[in-house]
Design a protein around this ligand. Sequence first.
Ligand SMILES: NC(=O)c1ccc[n+]([C@@H]2O[C@H](COP(=O)([O-])OP(=O)(O)OC[C@H]3O[C@@H](n4cnc5c(N)ncnc54)[C@H](O)[C@@H]3O)[C@@H](O)[C@H]2O)c1
Length: 438
Amino acid sequence: MRISIFGLGYVGAVSLGCLARDGHHVVGVDIDPTKLDLIRNGQTPVIEAGMQELISGAVKSGRVEVTTDAAAALRATDLSFLCVGTPPRPNGSQDISAMERLCVELGKALRDKDGYHVFVVRSTVMPGTVEGMVRGAIEEHSGKRLGEGFGLCFQPEFMREGSSIKDYDHPPMTVVGGDSPRSVEAVRGVFGHLPCHFHETSIRVAEMLKYFCNIFHALKITFANEAGRICQALGVDPHPVMDLLCKDTHLNISTAYLKPGFAFGGSCLPKDLKALTYVAKHKDVDIPMLRGVMASNRAHIDHAVDKVLGENERRVGMIGLAFKTGTDDLRESPLVTMAERFLGKGLDLKIHDPEVSLSRLVGANRRYIEEVIPHIGSLMVESAEDLIARSRIVVVGLKTRELTAALQRCLTEDHVVLDLVNLPDRDKLRGRYVGVCW
Ligand SMILES: NC(=O)c1ccc[n+]([C@@H]2O[C@H](COP(=O)([O-])OP(=O)(O)OC[C@H]3O[C@@H](n4cnc5c(N)ncnc54)[C@H](O)[C@@H]3O)[C@@H](O)[C@H]2O)c1
């Protein structure tokens, strides 16, 4: 293919070398003439393992040109990668001024170009940037419409500095969000051969994903380091601890616990988190991230409570009281906390939880209801149908086939449903649907 690359920093220069190596004709564009001179002379503009050989080979192949002339590059190619920098400003906000200037330039250049052109943004940008600023600037300055004169994609770049050529050839996955199948297929033509899954998604999901991938990595490093500091203070070697932690691929290194939903609770997670943060405090170990976990969990409960209070309706029904589906354990249940908050605000509350039905409860949990939260025990109703019929807002904290069926059967257009569990078949629910964090 004939491909242009705008911005020849780490991402752009590595892409230029690899694409030319793979047989594409590549035109590289940068505003920095030093970088262009280096490439013309077969030298790499960035220091990376294998880059010198890659660039000199690519230039020798005759398949690489570099220029400062964006319009000429656009005219000579069918697909462009936009790889300019998006650095942080002093206050942390993202500076996309280079991308803005580039899009104006590309729009003007597109005005005089015949034929369809696909723009693929590789720079990390906030969700909405491609469909907002990038599309707006190109449409305004080219006079052409998205889908007619040009297509747009966002493809997050997963390479890491230091191993970027290896990462280019073996990415964890390829993800492309595009305005149309035509645009996505153009990108598949370039990356479809890579030994990884090719995921097609929306432009906004692709933009957002890049942030959460990087932040997840930062979070993992910080988790391991805070674990290390606690271990050190307690005289435990953190290496076998974390090695063994990583061996659990069911719950630890897995997709478990990575789905947006409601707050955590139960008899183990809050208790052990509190005990460990207490020990750390006692030993003068500063662990801001782990210390922040309970606070974040409380913020999540506050967020759900605010969604209900914001409706200004008194009659609230909660489905679920135990801390998760499939148990009757009420200790540290965030749904109990939520119920207490509603009572404190004087709402007219009823609760249904088939596992916590008082008639079935025995032993410790019966005692817990009778002694610790009797005010909540008295609000339990036996049938989901009755609960829905007497409520204006239904808070769903349990996901079972029976309860989902009852919701589909009994909700009316007058209901508001606050979903804490990502209910299936949302289109079958009547009333106004509100997701807790979606
Ligand atoms: N570096 C990485 O490992 C990495 C990995 C994934 C994603 N990203 C993202 O990719 C983007 C680029 O990162 P980078 O590290 O390659 O940046 P960089 O700062 O190394 O390079 C950006 C290049 O863009 C050029 N440029 C600026 N305005 C231009 C214009 N109008 N026309 C042509 N060129 C222009 C600059 O001169 C510079 O050479 C950023 O958004 C970054 O967050 C980087």
